[in-house]
Every structure is written in structure tokens, then in C-alpha cells.
Design a protein around this ligand. Structure first.
Ligand code: ZN
Length: 257
């Protein structure tokens, strides 16, 4: 038996026995869908812009046009992307009733588009936006699609203010209520699945550690190391689109199994 096969079987065994599972997902679950990890050098998204000069809250207030110029190619990629088999494996896991929550750092909405319901977006998402002037929150997908097509900044229909997509920018607080629910889920789970996150962005990356400190087992699938590698019950270096459907199916939990 290969080492990878052995790890997949151990992960499946842990998952099969658990009744309360929480998944914590990062950029790595969406890279098979063609969405680059926009925090990484080499993603092509930071090459011309320092993130602090475009993607911070103060930068957005003073120079929204620079933020939108930066976010336009990422938004285009996100709208063109489809959920992949790793997202679908989590939908299947949720259907078994074992999955208490998907805590995601991703803003792409692909978990929801795949059909997952228990999604907690700790870094926000692109599908809603809030007017900086009258503070109305609206469904933003159509406006942003129009912006991707014609480059015109999305404007509030009620007052003409500039709409800010509800993604958490640098300098911005995480959404308190969502983060509280994520922490509760993490503290109540028996198995924490960390999927495609290098666990570098605090404070959300602290949630898996809180889970294991509260007694959860940790299954970690990522390309590249994380600060929790030593504490993982199973640590798999691999592509989620290959590994995760195998784990779920081997655990006898996929809908098709
Ligand atoms: Zn407005």
C-alpha cells in the first residue's frame, strides 16, 4: 500500500466514525476550478499593485477605482468558474448529516453554487455589496457582471454611492456574527477537515487549532506546509480534486457510494 493510499484510508476511517465534522476551506479548494490564490505571489494579481494600496479599507474609500481595477480580473475568473469535484464531495458529506459547517476563507461562492448550505464565509463574499453612502446591502452578482464586462464602477441605484463588494479588505474586521458561528462549530466538532488552506491568515486560521485544543481530530489536505502539520492526525500533501472525493467515497459517505 502506498503512503498516500494509507493516509487516504486513515482519513476515511476517521470520517466514517465521526458524527460532527467541520470543514475549513481555503484557496486550494478553488484552484482546480481555475481561480488563482490571489494572496500568493505569482498569481498574477499582485504584480502591479501592492495589496495595501488597493485592497485595504482606507484605499477603497479614497481610491475605489484602483480597487475595482485590481479586482476586475479576479471577479471575471470567479464568475467564469464552476465548482469542482472537491466542492461536490463536501455537498455529499453535508447530505449525510455529519457536516456541521463549512468555514471558508474563499470569497468565490463556489461552495454555495455546488449546493452546500452550511457555509460560513469568514472573509465575506462577492455576491452581495453594500453602498458606502446609504449603507443598503444588495445582491451584487448582476452589477458585478456588468462591471466585469464594461468596467463601469457599480453604483447604488438608490443614492448613486459606490457599492463595496462584501469581501473583507485589509484593515477590516471579520464579520462578527459569522465568525462567532464559525468558532462555535469549530469548538463543537469531532473532526476538523482543513482543505486547501495554508492557515496563514489570522484570526480565521486559528479556528482549526481551537478545534483540536477542544478535542477534535485533524485531517489536513493542502499543498505546502502549515503551522498545524505536526498536530494533524492525517496530513496529506495533494490535490483536493483527487484526494477529497476519494476520502469521502471510501468512508462510504458519498451519495453515489
Ligand atoms: Zn446608496
Amino acid at each position: 500500500m502506498t503512503a498516500l493510499r494509507d493516509q487516504i484510508e486513515r482519513a476515511a476511517d476517521i470520517l466514517r466514525r465521526a458524527r460532527h465534522v467541520v470543514a475549513f476551506t481555503g484557496a486550494g479548494i478553488s484552484t482546480p476550478s481555475g481561480i488563482p490564490d490571489y494572496r500568493s505571489p505569482g498569481s498574477g494579481l499582485w504584480e502591479n499593485d501592492d495589496p495595501y494600496t488597493v485592497a485595504s479599507l482606507s484605499a477603497f474609500r479614497y481610491h475605489p477605482e484602483r480597487f475595482f481595477r485590481w479586482v476586475r480580473p479576479l471577479t471575471a475568473r470567479i464568475f467564469a468558474a464552476q465548482p469542482n469535484v472537491a466542492h461536490e464531495a463536501l455537498v455529499a458529506l453535508e447530505a449525510t448529516g455529519k457536516l456541521d459547517a463549512i468555514i471558508t476563507q474563499n470569497i468565490d461562492g463556489l461552495h454555495q453554487r455546488a449546493g452546500s448550505r452550511k457555509v460560513l464565509e469568514v472573509h465575506g463574499g462577492l455576491h452581495t455589496a453594500t453602498c458606502g453612502h446609504c449603507h443598503r446591502t444588495i445582491l451584487a452578482t448582476e452589477r458585478l457582471q456588468k462591471f466585469v464586462a464594461d468596467g463601469e464602477l457599480p453604483i447604488c441605484a438608490a443614492c448613486g454611492g459606490i457599492l463595496k463588494p462584501n469581501v473583507i479588505l485589509m484593515e477590516e474586521q471579520l464579520p462578527v456574527a459569522v465568525f462567532q458561528r464559525a468558532r462555535q462549530a469549530a469548538l463543537g466538532c469531532q473532526v476538523m477537515l482543513v482543505l486547501g488552506s495554508s492557515l496563514e491568515v489570522l484570526p480565521s486560521a486559528g479556528l482549526p487549532m481551537e478545534a483540536i485544543n477542544a478535542g477534535a481530530q485533524l485531517i489536513l489536505v493542502n499543498i505546502g506546509s502549515t503551522y498545524l502539520d505536526e498536530r494533524a492526525d492525517v496530513r496529506i500533501e495533494g490535490d483536493l480534486a483527487i484526494v477529497l472525493p476519494e476520502i469521502v467515497s471510501l468512508a462510504g459517505l458519498s451519495v453515489n457510494a
